[in-house]
Design a protein around this ligand. Structure first.
Ligand SMILES: Cc1ncc(COP(=O)(O)O)c(C=O)c1O
Length: 399
């Protein structure tokens, strides 16, 4: 028998992808499932982006390109970061990757030595701890609490640290909470980071999807002085409804970005050539296209807030961005379904909602918080209303 590596044996499969697969398989069997587990916008990729890609294909742009990405896309990324944040980056401080996911993974491979600890703020995106493990590091989870809007204090962060701590991953607006870290959180952390030798991966994948329509912000906009230790990760997946295109990027100090290129050069080479042309067209689109999507998400968030409030046992903080609600459901733990199944945690509740309500959601344990479930609102208002009705009915059957 072939022996699998310890690395892969230690790895958990992506819980969000697993739920999504379960929902899709039920759908294929003809079951009317409403899938609120998805992490992708339901909008179609704008036509101009598709056209740019088709043009590139027709013009034969189908060969190997530069490992860190085509120059014109890297230039467009530098221009975009300047417009959005006012930051100046040069093309050799950018690497184009196969989705933001690979940007984070490349960075971790470039920055983490065996046994190094990386701070991850709970609740966290499912892939962070697993990626740190894969890179040989140790994920150190910083706890937070619902009453403090899931914002850890500097003390919480310090408590999770040891002499082996090398970096921290930030994500705001957050998947799964949809919340944006406060100015004071960023200020306190920035001040601490100035006098500590930690790097930061700032996962800004939802930065434009904020319902207050304000300019995006991150730790570097709070303190530009941190530039030599901050890595900015972003991509086109969420902002332009381009999840399947697999284009992301990282910006940061040249030395580390070239280390990422070295890793990428020996693994995937580069992101798909013609998809990069599509991404370039996306970055040149007017912000109005994105704002239209944001307005739709805002309306849906308001609708869901209203509908979920009708279920008294649920507790949640309405999101400020992204397209997720992180809902406290532990009031149902200990209750029993009509078929005699006891709800004991977020996984059993997710299973029950899929079986009884035919609604797929992600159990909070996947994000490190078992008292919660994540509901995505990347679906039409009609589907969301129907899903809320089904959830309400199913939950009312628990006794
Ligand atoms: C917080 C966060 N970071 C990164 C990603 C990865 O995005 P991409 O599709 O660009 O790989 C996701 C996707 O779900 C995400 O939610």
């Amino acid at each position: 028998m072939v022996r699998l590596s310890e690395r892969v044996l230690a790895l958990k499969p992506s819980a969000t992808l697993a739920i999504d697969a379960k929902a899709k398989s039920l759908k294929d069997q003809g079951v009317d499932v409403i899938n609120l587990s998805v992490g992708e916008p339901d909008f179609d990729t704008p036509e101009t982006i598709k056209d740019a890609c088709i043009r590139a294909l027709k013009e034969g742009f189908t060969k190997y390109v530069a490992t860190p990405g085509i120059l014109s896309l890297r230039e467009a990324i530098c221009q975009k970061i300047k417009t959005d944040y006012g930051f100046e980056y040069k093309v050799d401080e950018v690497i184009v990757t196969t989705g933001a996911k690979q940007a984070i993974y490349n960075l971790l491979l470039a920055l983490v030595n065996p046994g190094d600890e990386v701070l991850i703020l709970s609740p966290y995106w499912v892939s962070y701890p697993e990626m740190v493990l894969c890179a040989g590091g140790v994920p150190k989870i910083v706890p937070s609490s619902f009453i403090k809007r899931f914002e850890p204090s500097l003390d919480d962060i310090k408590k999770a640290m040891s002499p082996r701590t090398v970096g921290i991953i930030l994500n705001s607006p957050s998947n799964p909470t949809g919340l944006i870290y406060s100015q004071s959180f960023f200020r306190d952390l920035a001040e601490f980071l100035r006098s500590n030798n930690l790097w930061v991966i700032s996962d800004d994948i939802y930065d434009k999807l904020r319902f207050d329509l304000k300019k995006p912000e991150n730790i570097l906009s709070t303190d530009p002085g941190l530039r030599d230790k901050v890595f900015l990760v972003n991509g086109v997946s969420k902002t332009y409804a381009m999840t399947g295109w697999r284009i992301g990027w990282a910006l940061g100090p040249r030395e580390v970005i070239s280390a990422c290129a070295k890793i990428q050069g020996q693994s995937t080479s580069h992101a798909t050539s013609f998809a990069q042309k599509g991404a370039e067209a996306a970055l040149k689109l007017s912000d109005e296209v994105v704002m239209d999507m944001v307005r739709t998400f805002t309306r849906r968030a308001e609708l869901l807030t209203q509908e979920l409030h009708k279920i008294q046992e649920l507790e949640f903080i309405p999101p400020q961005g992204a397209f997720y609600f992180f809902v406290k459901v532990s009031a149902y733990y200990g209750k029993v379904s009509p078929t005699g199944k006891r709800i004991v945690n977020s996984i059993s509740l997710a299973d029950y909602l899929l079986e009884e309500a035919k609604v797929a959601i992600v159990p909070g344990i996947a994000f490190g918080e078992d008292d919660f479930i994540r509901i995505s609102f990347a679906l039409s208002e009609g589907a969301l209303l129907e899903a809320c009705k089904r959830i309400r009915e199913a939950l009312s059957k628990l006794s």
